[in-house]
Design a protein around this ligand. Structure first.
Ligand code: PMP
Length: 402
């Protein structure tokens, strides 16, 4: 008998679930988009309200950002032609890093080809077998993968549970040389915020470092949208390692770490995704760079985003939906329950012209199925009213709300 690559129970389980979902007619994953991805998209030949995009400030089709991307493409070509260290660093790669360092008020910054790769590079290069990485249970997968690739020991603490974090540090701190606490600023499935001031205090108490993933907080937290320090009024040096991406509010691709100069210099010579992988294409660098300018020049977008977040949050709460502890962030989880109901709800929303993502196990706990609603600055009141109306209607028909 010939062995097949898929002869593995875990693979078979995924394939069976995928088929069952396809057969149920409730499949909304990998749905093709035929037009732009701002507040509405064209899909299946009709216009839908986009409620699943990470482009929180609606910058994805901003004319100045698209022009900067085009200009960079024309000036430097379609690709970077090599790795950063040797042949892939253009003038704009350096300018982008300088701009990021200013934006995050740090000494220096380094960019990588994605946010995912940034977490891999930082954690796997900076920490070794003498060190301990302590991670919030709900932090992004790339943080776990980075910690796994490092030689350090890593542990999880219960989500936003400061007592548990303290207990872990109390027990284990003495056994390690360096300890780093890693959290997401805004959690991508729950839409809540890390209690950063308290985490920083705990880190000081136990002589630990802090690292924050700002994928979902840049452009969202703080009046100017510069992130978690601005939101909590923290000193710019309060967090040691500040990581973020160009795939959400900043409409491009790539990721960065902003930190002290020595740390960044070290990563330029040792971060495997930096040294052994090609540089970001110039068009992506041009877009990211201009987006940083636009975020600062157009603070009304951040204001509008928060107006929309509050309006939407109040609307779905008034209907009786559970939205966990989501507040002040553009991610609003509308809790549904089991996988089948969640898919059914999402499909009904799609049929009503609303593009929204169902999130189920294993991304979230069993029975923690939800619609992850992403609010944008560019949504109109009519868009949000239509979404809230549809949710009320479908929620009642499915018996999820009264
Ligand atoms: N961190 C978080 C919290 C994320 O949500 C994501 C992407 N969803 C990443 C990192 C990875 O970023 P990128 O898409 O730029 O690779």
């Amino acid at each position: 008998m010939v062995t097949k690559l898929t002869d593995n129970p875990d693979i078979q389980d995924i394939l069976t679930r995928e088929k069952a979902l396809q057969d149920s007619g409730a499949y909304v994953y990998m749905k093709e988009i035929e037009g732009t991805t701002n507040r509405t998209v064209m899909s299946g030949g009709s216009e839908m309200i986009m409620l699943g995009s990470y482009s929180y400030l609606g910058l994805i089709d901003h004319p100045e950002i698209m022009k900067a991307s085009e200009d960079a493409l024309r000036k430097y070509g379609a690709g970077a032609g090599g790795v950063r260290l040797l042949t892939g660093t253009t003038t704009i790669h350096k300018e982008l890093e300088d701009k990021l360092a200013k934006f995050k008020k740090t000494e220096d910054a380094i960019v990588f080809s994605s946010g995912f790769m940034t977490n891999i590079a930082v954690l796997s290069s900076l920490f070794d077998q003498r060190d301990l990485i302590v991670i919030d249970r709900f932090a992004h997968q790339s943080i776990y993968d980075g910690a796994g690739l490092s030689k350090a020991k890593w542990m999880k603490f219960r989500h936003n549970d400061l007592d548990h974090l303290r207990a872990i540090l109390k027990l284990h701190r003495p056994n390690y040389k360096r300890v780093v606490i890693v959290v997401d600023a805004v959690y991508s499935m729950d839409g809540d915020i890390a209690p950063m001031p308290e985490i920083i205090e705990i880190a000081k108490e136990y002589d630990a470092f802090t690292m924050v993933d700002e994928a979902h907080s840049i452009g969202v937290l703080g009046e100017k949208g510069t992130g978690i320090e601005e939101y909590f009024g923290l000193d710019p040096d309060a967090i040691d390692l500040k990581m973020g991406t160009f795939s959400k509010s900043i409409p491009s691709i790539g990721g960065y770490l902003a930190a002290k100069k020595d740390v960044i210099t070290y990563l330029r010579f040792t971060g495997h995704p930096f040294v052994f992988s090609a540089a970001l294409p110039p068009a992506s660098v041009g877009a990211a760079m201009k987006a940083l300018d636009v975020i600062l020049a157009e603070p009304e977008r951040v204001k509008m985003l928060h107006k929309n977040i509050d309006y939407f949050l109040n609307g779905v709460k008034a209907l009786g939906f559970d939205v966990l502890k989501s507040k002040d962030t553009a991610i609003i989880p509308v809790m549904i329950g089991d996988n089948i109901q969640t898919f059914g709800f999402a499909k009904a929303m799609h049929d009503a012209g609303i593009f929204v993502s169902p999130i189920v196990y294993p991304a979230v706990p069993h029975d923690g199925g939800r619609l992850r609603c992403c609010v944008m600055a560019t949504h109109t009141k009519e868009d949000l009213d239509k979404v809230i109306g549809a949710m009320g209607h479908i929620g009642k028909a499915m018996g999820i709300i009264k």
